[in-house]
Design a protein around this ligand. Sequence first.
Ligand SMILES: [Zn+2]
Length: 161
Amino acid sequence: MTKQLWAPWRLEYIENADERQECLFCAAWESNDDERSLVIHRGVVAFVLLNKFPYASGHLMVAPTRHEGRFAALTDEEAIEMHRLAGQGIAALAASYRAEGYNLGWNLGRVAGAGVVGHVHLHVVPRWGGDTNFMPVFADIKVLPEHLLDTRRKLASAWPS
Ligand SMILES: [Zn+2]
């Protein structure tokens, strides 16, 4: 007969593990298949991935490697690297997509439009002259002409070294 071990601290661990398991950012970071997980670039404490439900071709996201849902709890190292990665993403989008402008944004909380609330991330959305207004673009998902894998490859190869 198996002995029951009462370990209340396990509950929090299990709950966190479940949350991490369902987290697309943690899953992408832990994946060893960048194509499948749409990871474009891996940094030290932050990384860049393509949004599976983009508002525009090349819509990417920068996230800390750590599962952290509180914006103010990001470390200085994470905040700086995310800022730098967003800048590199802009350079890659300029080189590969001739983007003319960018919207960078944090959606914090469900009411603010965050799809994943447990793991903060910075959106980088490329813009071109004559494209639709920012808010309507963010309001619904459009069908995009380009396959996500092609977008990922283009941006990964255009990533500044
Ligand atoms: Zn996570």
